[in-house]
Ligand binder design. Structure first.
Ligand SMILES: [Ca+2]
Ligand SMILES: [Ca+2]
Length: 388
């Protein structure tokens, strides 16, 4: 499949392309402040952002939520899980998640409130994040070119000098010494030429990281891969149900204790972010997938390593208005911090999340990203419906 075809397919997609602002951003703000904002948004849990979100107008009616109130299970503490057996042999690399009722969300995060009884049907999901080797196979077979590899066209940006129409992506670059946490430009930069093949930009490569999660893939890239694989992105509810691994209302994938037996259970960040990484979990950046023990459903890295794209549009109040059964998220995107941006949900946190700075590796917390923006800490995994 040719490069031109993919360009056409993307152009036909309905959400506006936030990436279309890149050249102007790079020109007028030097380092791409707004792009970095998108890439960073999942990392932040600041009070200021919470307050903005709390103050945002509700975008949908509460009537949407009331119609299904009679459909709740009689048992809610804990709610009933399905006991369905796998509907057949597991597709390669996938694990059966039986579905059932669960309490979705986390009251400690403004956009994950309130806890909501939610039901999902059983589904298959990748046991690990999609790796560089898997993404390489997809690209080899299809000729797919990721968004980060393509320079914005002059037609999209009339008047922008051609030297500013450059392909690239957002790369985490730790400062040499401790810095204030209120200026993220100190550790993020727009790197010309950074993409999934060369995650830190020209001169870097992935040959020794083929079993690491692919990064610098935007939502459009992830969905293109999923279609090729005969899969789809998980809904946010499916993702969270899977991450919980059968545990009811626990903070972490493995339970409520951050360091059971003194051991790190996920690839996150230890030390004083962003200058010092003490590497107590063994990994400074991405880790090979499945470096840590699986959760109760046999799934690895549902906390940390890389953020994972979900199918749903992002809205901060999604949990208030979601359908009870098999919710697929709101019909459009709304982020009060960036009202014009088309954002999808990301989940699970990344190797940059710290128990001191960003705790979004907690199971019920949420992230978000503009659909054409990528970064060095964002990847994905796929789901698949059972054959019926
Ligand atoms: Ca780490
Ligand atoms: Ca992950």
């Amino acid at each position: 499949m040719g490069r031109a075809k993919h360009r056409t397919a993307r152009a036909a997609s309905s959400p506006p392309a936030r990436r279309s602002n890149w050249p102007a951003i790079l020109i007028f703000s030097g380092l791409g402040l707004v792009v970095v904002w998108f890439a960073l948004a999942p990392l932040w849990s600041s009070d200021a952002r919470d307050q903005r979100a709390e103050a945002a107008p509700k975008s949908r009616s509460r009537d949407d939520a009331s119609a299904d109130s009679e459909d709740l299970p009689s048992q809610t503490d804990p709610p009933p899980l399905n006991e369905s057996e796998p509907p057949g042999p597991a597709p390669e690399g996938m694990t059966w998640v039986p579905g059932g009722w669960f309490w979705m969300g986390d009251e400690e995060f403004h956009d994950a409130r309130p806890l909501r009884l939610t039901y999902v049907d059983g589904f298959w999901i990748d046991a690990t994040e999609v790796t560089n080797a898997e993404f390489q196979k997809f690209v080899d077979e299809t000729g797919y070119v990721t968004v980060a590899e393509q320079a914005p066209s002059p037609e999209e940006f009339p008047g922008v000098p051609s030297e500013d129409l450059v392909a690239g992506s957002i790369v985490f670059t730790p400062p040499e010494q401790a810095v204030s946490l209120n200026n993220h430009l100190q550790w993020w930069r727009y790197e010309r030429g950074a993409n999934w093949r060369q995650p830190e930009g020209p001169g870097s490569q992935i040959e020794d990281r083929l079993d690491h999660p692919v990064v610098h893939v935007c939502w459009d890239d992830a969905t293109a891969y999923a279609r090729w694989a005969g899969k789809r992105l998980p809904t946010e509810a499916e993702w969270e149900f899977a991450a919980r691994g059968g545990l009811d209302r626990k903070k972490f994938v493995w339970g409520n204790e951050l360091l059971p037996e003194g051991k790190w259970r996920a690839n996150i960040w230890q030390g004083e972010f962003p200058a010092e990484n003490t590497r107590e979990d063994g990994h400074v950046r991405t880790a090979p997938v499945a470096s840590f023990a699986p959760n109760g459903y046999g799934l690895h890295d549902m906390a940390g390593n890389v953020w994972e794209w979900c199918a749903d549009w992002y809205q901060p109040d999604a949990n208030q208005f979601a359908a009870r059964r098999n919710p697929t998220g709101p019909n459009s995107s709304f982020d009060p911090a960036e009202p014009g941006a088309a954002k999808r949900v990301q989940r699970g946190g990344s190797f940059l999340c710290s128990d001191l700075y960003c705790v979004r590796y907690r199971m019920g917390s949420r992230g978000k990203g503009e659909v054409k923006s990528a970064a060095s800490h964002i990847g994905f995994r796929c789901a698949r419906d059972p054959k019926r």
